[in-house]
Design a binder for this molecule. Structure first.
Ligand SMILES: Nc1ncnc2c1ncn2[C@@H]1O[C@H](COP(=O)(O)OP(=O)(O)O)[C@@H](O)[C@H]1O
Ligand SMILES: [Mg+2]
Length: 296
């Protein structure tokens, strides 16, 4: 990237400028998976997560249920936060005097996908893998639990995120109660909180179980209504999509079309913009116009 690129493409953010000289579809597809747009409504949820992380272990940690339909951005916002926390901890350790470093890395956040049917042994395996300590599947569930507890303490984990918790739901009620036991076991032994993310179905099931219901407070990530914040979101996307001409995504007609085709879900919006940006490069148009926006 050169200074001239920065002045020639004044509509783009530095991240987009890094790839602006690439020709063809690669310019769009190569980085799309890492494209991150921050937006204010995340702050309220992140603030709660910060408090959970900074609270010392306690016998009754405050857990959080993050609810939202599919494609509203739950996984993306959770993973990004976890990565940032863990990267910052690794960086802090790197800057530390090596003589002061302990044997174990500091890993503040463990973010795992809930295994199908909430399978307890697989949940522990997923956590162990994230902590860089996979155990052979042949180990007993209780041995896996003991190792999880030991590593959570050794790595000073402060928060466990169980994403896609609706994966656990088709289980029989008995198996679901087992999650209560998993939660109790890990909480009693480590005192650290859980963030459970999933669809509204998760809340419906938690509400049927008094203990689970009481142990979790709730936060929701919603679809976007059509309003000024939506147009701000579109401006943020526009600055990050490496097209050589400004697209004016926040123009009333384009903004409304994008809202209609995506139903206000950021995942659907990202999908539609990806395809429109590809067409814009392939056609040489180099900007997203209303004609290039195709319904899902
Ligand atoms: N903050 C964001 N910035 C850019 N793209 C996002 C963001 N959040 C979500 N997306 C896009 O939406 C897609 C679906 O989001 P995801 O986090 O998987 O939703 P959910 O977990 O709620 O189903 C992601 O793959 C990503 O392409
Ligand atoms: Mg998800």
């Amino acid at each position: 990237m050169t200074d001239t690129a920065a002045s020639r493409y004044a509509h783009l953010a530095p991240k987009a400028l890094q790839v602006i000289d690439l020709e063809g579809p690669e310019r769009i597809v190569s980085r799309w998976g890492n494209l991150w747009v921050g937006y204010p409504r995340l702050k309220k949820i992140y603030d709660k997560m910060e408090v959970m992380l900074m609270t010392p272990p306690t016998t009754r940690p405050r857990n959080l249920l993050l609810l939202g339909e599919s494609n509203v951005g739950k996984t993306t916002m959770l993973r990004r936060w976890a990565e940032r926390k863990n990267d910052a901890a690794a960086e802090a350790e790197r800057l530390c005097d090596p003589a002061l470093l302990g044997e174990w890395a500091h890993i503040p956040v463990v973010c795992v996908e809930t295994p199908p049917l909430g399978d307890e042994a697989r949940l522990y395996e997923n956590i162990l893998e994230k902590l860089g300590f996979p155990l052979p599947a042949s180990y007993s569930t209780s041995a896996k639990l003991r190792t999880v507890v030991k590593l959570i303490k050794a790595n000073r984990v402060g928060l466990i995120i169980l994403d896609e918790f609706h994966n656990a739901l088709p289980a029989h009620f008995k198996q679901l109660l087992r999650f209560n036991v998993v939660l109790k076991n890990l909480t009693n032994e480590t005192g650290i909180p859980f963030l459970v993310a999933g669809t509204d179905m998760v809340d419906q099931v938690f509400q049927k179980d008094d203990q689970l219901h009481r142990r979790f407070s709730r936060a929701t990530l919603e679809r976007w209504p059509y309003d000024e914040d939506w147009r701000t979101l579109l401006r943020s996307f526009q600055a990050l999509i490496p097209l050589r001409k400004p697209s004016c995504l926040d123009d009333e007609d384009i903004a409304r079309t994008l809202h209609e085709v995506s139903s206000g879900r950021i995942g659907d919006l990202s999908y539609v913009l990806h395809d429109a940006a590809l067409l814009a490069v392939q056609s040489g148009e180099e900007r997203i116009t209303a004609d290039l926006i195709k319904p899902l």
